[in-house]
Design a protein around this ligand. Structure first.
Ligand SMILES: Nc1ncnc2c1ncn2[C@@H]1O[C@H](COP(=O)(O)OP(=O)(O)OP(=O)(O)O)[C@@H](O)[C@H]1O
Length: 256
């Protein structure tokens, strides 16, 4: 791949847990280049290392071998404070279970990282930006609600707004639809499709072939190594069923 078009790269990335006896080698020499604006999905059997890969390339965890580069800058050599700053200003995160503060309403939960990421912007401008995001993702009407007063799909869309609030270059998502029913799952994936259309790079772990069918490209991990890749090309909703069938057939061949 052309290095100039890669937002995020890993080179010979390895992760071994030395806390176990014998040590557990979870990632083995992963070379990855995620293109700017690409929606990349990571699949693989349980325990194949998907979450570990996501955490290692996003600086949430330290790899034990190899390098990670974001927009050409080596992340693996950064100290903890610099890495936290990169995560705050250049990355967004969406998890299976949204982590929100229960003493704040939905909007303030989104506002908090927005203010931290751009402290010079000022509170009013940050509020306007957060309100625009909430409007965009169809949750403006729940901005004053407590986090227990909204549906799982609404809360996950709020997580997407929070992930976007700092203007990231990459959004990482770990099983973002894993705790949702199928209609909420579609609602959340429609939101990710919007994020993708806006040009934000997405790296997502999922077990769900219907979710994976939205991606531009899927990589398949086995025992901590990328063993196959599927390019799906640009998403179109009128080909959703056909794409999902294509993904299912590919996964079946891989023994998923
Ligand atoms: N802190 C740790 N210490 C030792 N081994 C670990 C640790 N964290 C994860 N592992 C091991 O690393 C392997 C990969 O875990 P990981 O969570 O990345 O897999 P996964 O593909 O995301 O799985 P799942 O689909 O079940 O979430 C597993 O065998 C797991 O037991």
């Amino acid at each position: 791949m052309d290095q100039a078009t890669a937002t995020l790269e890993s080179r010979d990335l390895g992760k071994t847990y030395f806390s176990t006896d014998p040590p557990t080698e979870v990632l083995r020499g992963v070379d990855l280049a995620v293109r700017t604006g690409e929606f990349l999905v990571v699949m693989g059997a349980s325990g194949s290392g998907k979450s570990t890969l996501l955490y290692s390339i996003s600086g949430m965890d330290r790899p034990t071998a190899g390098k990670v580069l974001l927009d050409g800058r080596e992340l693996t050599s950064l100290g903890d404070a610099e890495m936290s700053d990169v995560r705050l200003t250049r990355m967004g995160f969406v998890f299976q279970q949204p982590h929100f503060l229960s003493n704040l309403d939905v909007r303030d939960n989104i506002l908090l990282p927005a203010l931290k990421a751009a402290p010079k912007e000022g509170r009013e401008a940050a509020i306007a930006r957060v309100d625009a995001l909430m409007e965009r993702f169809g949750i403006a009407h729940i901005k004053d609600h407590g986090i227990t007063q909204v549906s799982g799909g609404q809360l996950q869309r709020a997580s997407i707004c929070r992930a976007l609030a700092g203007g990231p270059s990459v959004v990482f998502a770990d099983e973002p639809t894993g705790a949702l029913n199928s209609s909420m799952s579609v609602e959340v994936m429609d939101a990710f499709t919007e994020v993708h259309r806006d040009g934000t790079t997405i790296v997502m772990v999922t077990h769900d072939p219907g979710v994976a069918a939205r991606a531009d490209r899927i990589i398949y991990l086995r025992d901590g190594a990328v063993v196959d890749t599927r390019e799906l090309g640009p998403w179109s909703s009128d080909r959703a069923g056909q794409r999902e069938d294509e993904v299912l057939a590919w996964l079946r061949d891989l023994g998923f």
